[in-house]
Design a protein around this ligand. Structure first.
Ligand SMILES: C[S@@+](CC[C@H](N)C(=O)[O-])C[C@H]1O[C@@H](n2cnc3c(N)ncnc32)[C@H](O)[C@@H]1O
Length: 412
């Protein structure tokens, strides 16, 4: 990001991860007021106001020169929970960390893991049915993208037993059994404000109870800052075992932002064009509508009658909804991929053809290697890919873990 004194509303929307409508509301409410730029008299936001937001501070700290790569001094190991099709696991492997075992309930995701890595130890089944004490003090890291569920929290300090029945409970239970030096919880941005932030607060207090300090503030990492051609965001919660007096540092973001062309064509990210593969199609009525949308356009590019017909009630609800009936442009990062590409309200149409991205295009946008195959029906494959942590983001998280563990074992 180029640091300057004033920012336009769309630049601020991008940096803070908010819609322009939210910013206009904040302007009206006084939460973040726009000012007049002295030369042009346009409404803009000044740097000093934005510096109060952690997202802006992160963008200011963009890594201009060096990368995050660190070579492991030893063999480090990870136990990966909720492993899915292996997005996080492949990225960690690329950073030099070895997978001791992976747990996953979905049979097709497990099949994907087995097909690609016959040597990995896949523990297939519900996490609730596994005892992980055999790994006690044997793995350095426990990771997991636990599905988020609310637990009752009445302002008191939450203990592990209060979260029973949730998958976060299982995540914490495994950490308690295994006692790794460091643990990583991965989730959607929404967890930050879930139940007004109480859910996350509860998770932090549970980790505290079982002997882990959560690194503050919990950060949202933007995939576009980590060599991923997609505007995906992930909340990354890091817990460090309390007997370890070392600082964990999140990976630094990169300045370069890749786009759809980098994902699907030969270039810096891939040395060939995207392989041909299966994919789904839009129903005829949706295709007729999307045929009218130009690259980088969305439902507002339709004639007004069609806008009303396509959007129905949403037309009158306000808000930009820029993700609806969206055609991605070659020169921009893709919007966040979902688990189903033809899902209503989240269309991400190919730039030149009126169709969703194919399985291999989906995988490229998530920075999976072309060699990584997916098992199950086409919709199972989309689901596994859409659920994953982008590999290039996971690799950078891996480097940050290697750096931490190198220091830990040096000090020991
Ligand atoms: C967000 S995805 C994880 C994605 C994965 N980290 C990746 O990068 O590819 C969450 C996974 O948790 C799995 N899951 C849900 N409930 C589970 C349970 N009770 N036991 C084990 N796995 C479970 C789902 O099948 C899903 O694959």
């Amino acid at each position: 990001m180029v640091i300057k004194d004033y920012y336009s509303i769309s630049e601020v929307a991008d940096i803070l991860g908010k819609s322009t409508e939210t910013l206009r509301r904040w302007d009206r409410d006084g939460k973040l007021s726009a000012v007049r730029e002295p030369m042009s008299n346009y409404r803009v936001y000044c740097k000093e106001q934005l510096q109060l937001f952690p997202e802006f501070q992160n963008a200011e700290n963009i890594n201009h020169v060096v990368g995050n790569f660190v070579k492991p001094n030893n063999d480090y190991s990870v136990l990966e929970l909720f492993a899915g099709a292996g997005g996080l696991a492949i990225g960690l492997e690329q950073s030099g960390i070895k997978c001791t075992a992976l747990n996953e309930i979905d049979k097709w995701a497990c099949q994907t893991l087995r097909t690609n890595r016959p040597s990995w130890n896949i523990l297939e089944g519900d996490i609730k049915n596994f005892d992980f004490r055999q790994y006690e003090n044997k793995v350095d890291i426990v990771t997991g993208g636990f599905p988020c569920q609310a637990f009752s929290y009445a302002g008191k300090k939450l203990g592990l037993k209060d979260a029973r029945g949730t998958l976060f409970y299982e995540f914490a239970r495994v950490i308690q059994e295994v006692k790794p030096a460091i643990c990583i919880g991965e989730n959607v941005r929404g967890l930050l404000n879930h139940e007004n932030g109480e859910t996350l607060k509860g998770m932090i207090s549970i980790l505290d109870e079982i002997g882990y300090n959560v690194v503050a503030p919990v950060q949202i990492l933007k995939a576009i800052n980590y060599n991923v051609p997609q505007k995906r965001e992930r909340l990354i919660l890091v817990g460090v075992r309390k007997d370890i007096d070392l600082e964990y540092v999140y990976p630094s973001p990169y300045e370069k932002v890749y786009n759809l062309s980098d994902a699907l064509k030969k270039g810096e990210l891939y040395d060939s064009k995207v392989p041909i593969s299966k994919g789904t199609q839009y129903p005829e009525n949706k295709k007729k509508v999307l045929d009218l949308i130009p690259p980088k356009g969305y439902w507002r590019d339709l004639p007004i009658d069609l806008q009303k017909e396509y959007m129905q009630k949403s037309f009158y609800l306000g808000g930009g909804k820029t993700g609806m009936a969206r055609r991605i442009g070659w020169d921009e990062p893709c919007l966040t991929l979902t688990c189903s590409p033809a899902q209503k309200q989240t269309e991400r149409c190919h730039p030149e053809e009126t169709r969703p991205f194919t399985v291999r295009e989906y995988a490229r946008i998530q920075t999976f290697p072309d060699k990584w195959s997916f098992e199950g029906s086409v919709s199972q494959q989309y689901k596994q890919i859409g659920n994953a942590v982008p590999i290039n983001l996971a690799k950078e998280i891996g480097y940050s873990l290697v750096k931490f563990l190198n220091e830990f074992y040096t000090e020991k």
